[in-house]
Design a binder for this molecule. Structure first.
Ligand code: FES
Ligand code: FE2
Length: 411
């Protein structure tokens, strides 16, 4: 904090809130994150050629056995420690290149070729491993305690696919307006989803307009704490007299459900995304989209005079900053102690408070929101969307309709 007349002399950088930003094992927030499944790679990245991946600050090796099963393990071989990155993938698992121990996907040692009888006690060795699940082109991993492993969740918007005409694709550019990865803490990228006001400034006045012109109409904005996250609702009256009721969600811990800002999809949204905390200062966002096969997924946003993020020069990045520039621009980990939160940051505050509540629940030995151990409850329902509501619509059919009752767009 600077003092006196506010000049920078004497300014000292502040601190960040560890309960929001730390992702490592043993940290309070890292232990909350380890109670959920996280996307760690595209399915195509799991192949018989092992690849290094970094997840929640842990370095791991991902591969796919010749039988087609993905595996995720610590790279350091439990025999004498060389890396399985150089391992040979076989039908049943991965074989260490040094002395040939063979490990199944669940870490069991299947073969020790140098030992008598190929390892009389091989069952007693286990390579440290993590469980994985494949879902619509992404590989998800669970890095938490075995007795707390939740059922893998599925989402209603990705169910009952008409495989003749529809497909689900994974795209990279959803969160940062171009790149999939950003060199900053995941939480500052996540809370942005509950910051609708930046859209009018950053994505419109400064670098836009980047989205559908209807989103330039200033809406009534409210936030609600839901059972599993925080939602933001925007209600705006459109020129034809209907109301656009737009709902955006965050879900504990890392999910954002953001309806297409180009308004190409009306009704319940067709996509959701996850922030993957690679480590404390690196984040990747995976987005999954359901779409008609004959239509391309939402393209890259344009900046200024029609360029994509990847075409911008260094000067252009200054002229047309976007989500990447502003979120990375907050620093590797934003300094919470130096912020001046204002009335329009309410959604950000709510996301933080809810996340910290869950951090403390886990620290107290309780289960966090959104996990279930009952496989009959695996299916989760998304509510985010762009809902067009007119006077004849039964509001009971519109998610969070009570919000619409309270909000009077145009007031
Ligand atoms: S170090 Fe892996 S088998 Fe020896
Ligand atoms: Fe944005």
């Amino acid at each position: 904090m600077a003092s006196g007349d506010g000049r920078a002399y004497g300014y000292r950088a502040g601190t960040w809130d560890p309960e929001l930003v730390q992702v490592g094992a043993g940290t309070p927030a890292g232990e909350l994150l380890r109670r959920y499944w996280h996307p760690i790679a595209r399915s195509t990245e799991a192949s018989p050629l092992p690849r290094n991946v970094r997840v929640l600050g842990e370095d791991l090796v991902l591969y796919r056995s010749l039988q087609g099963t993905p595996g995720l393990m610590l790279p350091r071989c439990c025999h004498r420690g060389t890396t399985l990155f150089y391992g040979r993938v076989e039908d049943e698992g991965i074989r260490c290149p040094y002395h040939g121990w063979l490990f199944a996907e669940d870490g069991r040692c299947l073969d020790q070729p140098c030992e008598p009888d190929r390892g009389r006690n091989r069952e007693s060795y286990r390579q440290p491993w993590y469980p994985v699940v494949e879902y619509h082109g992404l590989i998800f991993a669970y890095l938490g305690p075995a007795d707390k492993q939740p059922v893998f969740p599925r989402y209603d918007i990705f169910e009952d696919l008409d495989t003749e005409t529809e497909e689900i694709v994974v795209i990279d550019h959803f969160a940062f307006g171009g790149p999939s990865d950003a060199p900053c803490n995941w939480f500052q990228t996540h809370e942005n989803a509950m910051d609708p006001y930046h859209v009018f400034i950053l994505h419109n006045a400064i670098s836009g307009p980047q989205f559908d012109p209807k989103l330039e109409i200033w809406p009534r904005i409210e936030w609600q704490r839901s059972e599993v996250g925080v939602t933001a609702t925007q209600d705006r009256r459109l020129p034809d007299g209907t109301i656009l009721h737009r709902i955006t969600e965050t879900r504990v811990p890392t999910m954002r459900v953001i309806p297409t800002p180009t308004l190409t999809v009306l009704g319940k949204t067709n996509n959701l995304s996850w922030a993957l905390p690679i480590d404390d200062t690196n984040t990747r966002v995976y987005a999954m989209v359901r779409k008609p096969k004959d239509r391309p997924p939402q393209g890259l946003p344009v900046y200024g005079d029609g360029k994509s993020w990847f075409d911008l020069s260094d000067d252009d990045h200054q002229r047309y900053p976007g989500d990447y520039e502003t979120q990375v621009g907050q620093g590797p980990i934003t300094l919470h102690s130096e912020e001046q939160l204002s009335s329009t940051d309410r959604g950000v505050s709510m996301v933080r408070r809810q996340f910290k509540d869950q951090v403390r629940r886990v620290a107290d030995g309780l289960d966090p929101v959104g996990v279930t151990f009952d496989s009959s409850e695996a299916l989760q329902s998304v509510i985010a969307g762009n809902y067009i509501v007119d006077a004849t619509t039964d509001l009971a059919t519109v998610p969070l309709a009570e919000t619409l009752d309270r909000a009077t767009p145009g007031d």
